[in-house]
Design a protein around this ligand. Sequence first.
Ligand code: G4P
Length: 288
Amino acid sequence: MNIQWYPGHMTKAKRAMKEDMKLIDLVIELVDARVPLSSRNPDIDDLGAGKARMVLLNKSDLADEGQTARWAAWFEDKGIHVVKIDARNKGTLKQVQSVIQDACKEKIERDRRRGILNRPIRTMVVGIPNVGKSTFINSFAGKACAKTGNKPGVTKGNQWIRLNKTLELLDTPGILWPRFEDQQVGLKLALIGSINDQILNKDELAWELIRFLKKRYPQVLSERFGLETEGKEAAFILEEIARVRACLLKGGDLDVSRAAALLLDDFRAGKLGRITLEEPENQKDKVG
Ligand code: G4P
């Protein structure tokens, strides 16, 4: 899904999010495990103030496992409960339910002290476009769940999915706006394919990826394309990829843009291996 964000659009989204927040006990925030910080909007810390908080490191099947573990520790350090998941794979969601209970311990205790027993936890899923919110809701809620309020004559208002006696999930995900104003963030979101390719130059994007891989995952390009990359410029390496993959224009010249698209597709599909684009160290952003 590609949404064009304008200031007015963001104000509207923020207002809607504020309203939804009034209804819930727990915020389940999805981030992309390959870019856990760039794929989140820190405004959620204000919007979700006073709520129990949980982060799901989604698409962890595509991310570097070591880095994902470090990111999990980074979020936990800030008092946020974390589970790494692949939203398409139900097996990875087993832990989510118990971590929800854990994240809401205080609320459950508060209810108990007031004599309120068995009031379900109300939660909603939030995140920037394309992090996997709908996929998660579908996998987590499944098809068999009853929709509360989904009766004849009850069409208005929010739809809740009753997952079990202890948990109700708002049926629609809350969409947060990405932090486009930070160029690095825009670049990383473009690399993972969350921003429309047409507004970015694919060749430049591919060069950025090559530079990053050379620095952090030096073996990847040689393994995938059989290239020697040591001491070579990104533009030269991209031409080499075009040559190796026979990306040619009609006259026989190299079709570098096709090679760029091919490299980006390989990266996004995980064919270059499990790669994380940012590390928890050197992150000054405050969370929680
Ligand atoms: P959104 O609601 O947050 O906008 O995201 P959505 O669920 O639509 O997911 C965006 C894309 O990410 C989908 O792919 C979805 O299949 C994929 N996805 C979601 N979770 C995971 C995950 O944990 N791992 C991986 N590898 N992919 C995930 P798509 O190409 O847009 O659609 P489709 O080809 O799957 O139909």
